[in-house]
Design a binder for this molecule. Structure first.
Ligand code: ATP
Ligand code: MG
Length: 231
């Protein structure tokens, strides 16, 4: 359903991703692993269209999106929670979620129930400024903003980064809940192996901007972890 084929991209003169091929099938939680700086966020941005592909293709639900702008990709059903969350601090919680709604395919004007169902605290804070929320609350807001467009695939870039351990369990529940609902596949970048093993169906490991390994949970052995992930 989401298919990245032989993708090459980078910044200015520097090539970061080389020949990356990856798939996310409906209902799957696919995890993207790799040490710091290998290109995980660059791949997420390239899938979302924030960075142009120099070679290769990004396609989704059978449509080639390689030349499409980020907004068009969002309207095709790709949702994105960026690393660092990127909440608009001056806008209210409500306005932040409305921004996600802009990308909805059905042109909906109301925040859909499923966007906030997993975050009951958010509607009680609609008038507060995004910047005044705690890190964990901002992460919930970033999820709700992305879910507002009812995406078919959700890109999550390090949703647990800088989040208190108690909230990490909540995020795990949210990811499991999205998976159980069965409407949205997930491509997850996350540093914690324990976390990805607890939610992931399939794993890709990037090294120096290329896919160095891929496989299911059973084959994610200690040797693989040592070779590609241990710092
Ligand atoms: P992390 O685990 O730290 O989030 P990452 O795997 O997400 O790392 P990227 O952020 O994709 O890595 O960065 C890959 C490479 O691209 C790094 O060498 C980084 O310095 C470089 N890079 C990232 N963003 C830019 C940018 N805006 N301009 C130039 N180079 C960049
Ligand atoms: Mg990153």
């Amino acid at each position: 359903m989401l298919a990245v084929q032989q993708l090459e991209s980078g910044y200015g003169e520097s090539v970061i991703l080389r020949n990356v091929t990856l798939k996310v099938k409906p209902g799957q939680v696919v995890c993207l692993l790799g040490r710091n700086g290998v290109g995980k966020s660059t791949l997420m941005k390239s899938i979302m269209g924030l960075l142009k592909a120099r070679r290769g293709t990004v396609s989704f639900a059978g449509a080639d999106l390689t030349k499409r702008a980020p907004g068009q990709r969002a309207r095709k059903g790709i949702g994105y929670v960026p690393q660092g969350r990127e909440i608009f601090g001056q806008l209210s919680v409500y306005e932040n979620i409305l921004l996600g709604l802009e990308a909805s395919r059905d042109g909906g004007k109301e925040i859909p129930e499923e966007a906030i169902a997993k975050f009951p605290v958010l509607p009680t804070m609609y008038d507060r400024r995004g910047g005044d929320l705690s890190g964990g609350q901002q992460q919930q807001l970033a999820f709700a903003r992305a879910l507002a467009s009812k995406p078919e695939v959700l890109l999550l870039d390090e949703p647990c980064e800088g989040i208190q351990p108690s909230i990490v369990d909540d995020i795990r529940d949210v990811i499991r809940g999205i998976k159980a609902d069965g409407k949205t596949a997930i491509l997850l970048v996350e540093q914690s192996l324990e976390f990805v093993k607890s939610v992931g169906d399939y794993f890709y490991i990037l090294e120096k901007g290329a896919v160095a390994w891929e496989g299911g949970l059973d084959s994610l052995s200690d040797d693989v972890i040592k070779k590609y992930l241990t710092v």
